[in-house]
Design a protein around this ligand. Structure first.
Ligand code: GDP
Length: 444
């Protein structure tokens, strides 16, 4: 699971402050020491950690936080805001050219996920903007690279311009751009060669392509799982090519989070997208605030709702948000959600987006089994429509009837209702931005 170590350590550091009416400077020092260690252990760049800790400490000391109301909650809030700031504050969108085509050049080391990301991006543009992208196969050093791009492109029904491996990549790009102009493609995505390490020859070739194509966007793909190496790679590419954005791939397998937290601060370049799986739909816009919430284990309801929205029409998603805010989320909504979630895949990642679930001890090491989902659904199906709409009706005799009807033990029914109520409460609090919800999740 992404970031689990960091989330646990940060929550642990801050949990010690909970319930204290007043926090001494010594308490704060101790907490900051733990936060610093947590970040270093997560492989966050040393200078970034130093600046981060200083900012949080200064803000905590500066305002009347230590003496004020709920100091622990305020410190969580400061940490949340500073994490967001470290990652760049606002989401930064793709650069677009005022006239077609917008040219996107993909660069990165071999294996970072460049070709996969080129495909994911093409699909995203197609889905979201009805765009007609053309991909150019510029990696002539590995014959398999062109085949791979062609295969990716076929899967998403996007054309590829290629001239095999015997033509100079700069020439391929020149001819590819001419074809895009002829066909009025609105986006061109250039896949370039990678190497295992940055070398001069590669950089020279990429510079030549850049000089020819004048890309609106040079997207550097880096593998989040390589931590500080990803940051060093980003610095290397940025020095030579002045990239315009970073795509952080394989975040689904990144347990530490160091790259996500360091890249913006070290290179000054925004992370624009994150790759969170191998499927073509697993590319998301990077939102620093949502990522901060995720790192703190506060969930990411907005991304969850957006993810759902793709399968879900907008009206339904809006109604769901309203229900959460009005605290009228019921078992029918729950059932809808379960069904949507089942379509969205890797259960563990989805659960993490729900506030309070990220580091819920009950979920630790739990592999979500599709059978569990079916059990949950069976319980809801055994409720009457009145019960689903009004969970308060669920008294012990009704619960026994539901257990019998669903073939589940009554304890399982009780447990599920309890979890449902907890989830409903937390979602409602999160939707109001209520920090009490956060404290509660952190175990106060
Ligand atoms: P390239 O050499 O940079 O073009 O890298 P590829 O696009 O061939 O990707 C290398 C491997 O990483 C492939 O097996 C991809 O499926 C995988 N990959 C790419 N992005 C992601 C991601 O976001 N998550 C996961 N889990 N795998 C990814």
């Amino acid at each position: 699971m992404a970031f689990e170590g960091l989330t646990e350590r940060l929550q642990g550091a801050m949990r010690k402050l909970r319930g204290k009416g007043k926090i001494s400077e010594k308490d704060l020092r101790e907490t900051m020491r733990e936060i610093r260690l947590a970040l270093l252990e997560a492989d966050v760049n040393f200078t970034v950690v130093k600046d981060f800790v200083k900012q949080v400490r200064d803000r905590a000391m500066g305002a009347d936080v230590l003496e004020g109301l709920n100091p622990a909650q305020q410190i969580v809030k400061i940490v949340d805001e500073e994490l967001t700031k470290t990652m760049g504050d606002e989401a930064v969108s793709l650069n677009k050219s005022p006239k077609i085509p917008t040219i996107i050049m993909m660069v990165g080391l071999q294996g970072a996920g460049k070709t996969t990301t080129a495909g994911k991006l093409a699909l995203k543009l197609k889905d979201e903007e009805n765009a007609r992208p053309l991909m150019i196969a510029g990696d002539v050093y590995r014959p398999a690279a062109i085949d791979q791009l062609v295969q990716v492109a076929e899967g998403i029904d996007v054309p590829v311009f290629q001239l095999g491996t015997d033509v100079n990549p700069v020439e391929i790009v020149r001819q590819g751009l001419a074809q895009a102009a002829e066909n009025h493609n609105d986006y061109v995505i250039i896949d370039t060669a990678g190497r295992l390490q940055i070398d001069e020859q590669l950089m020279n070739e990429l510079s030549e392509i850049k000089d020819l194509a004048h890309p609106d966007e040079i997207l550097l793909t880096v593998d989040a799982m390589t931590g500080q190496n990803a940051v060093a790679t980003a610095e290397g590419f940025n020095d030579k090519l002045d990239v315009t954005g970073v795509v952080l791939t394989k975040l689904d397998g990144d347990t530490r989070g160091g790259a996500a937290l360091s890249i913006r601060a070290v290179t000054g370049k925004p992370i624009k997208f994150i790759g969170q799986g191998e499927k073509m739909t697993d590319l998301d816009v990077f939102h620093p605030d949502r990522m901060a919430s995720r790192i703190l284990g506060m969930g990411d309801m907005l991304s969850l709702i957006e993810k759902t929205q793709k399968d879900f029409d907008e009206k339904q998603a809006k109604a769901l948000t309203e229900k959460i805010q009005e605290n009228s989320f019921d078992f029918d909504d729950f059932l809808d959600q379960l069904e949507q979630i089942q379509k969205m895949g890797p259960m563990e990642e989805i659960m993490k987006m729900i506030p309070g679930m990220a580091n819920n001890p009950a979920l630790k090491n739990v592999q979500m089994d599709p059978k569990d989902m079916d059990h949950l659904k069976a319980v809801v199906y055994s409720m009457t429509p009145q019960e689903r709409a009004n969970p308060d009706l669920l008294n012990p005799s009704r619960r026994r009837r539901i257990a019998a009807g669903s073939g589940r033990p009554v304890q399982a029914v009780n447990r599920m209702i309890k979890q449902f109520n907890q989830m409903k409460k937390t979602m409602n609090q999160m939707s109001k931005g209520n920090m009490a919800g956060v404290e509660q999740m952190m175990g106060s």
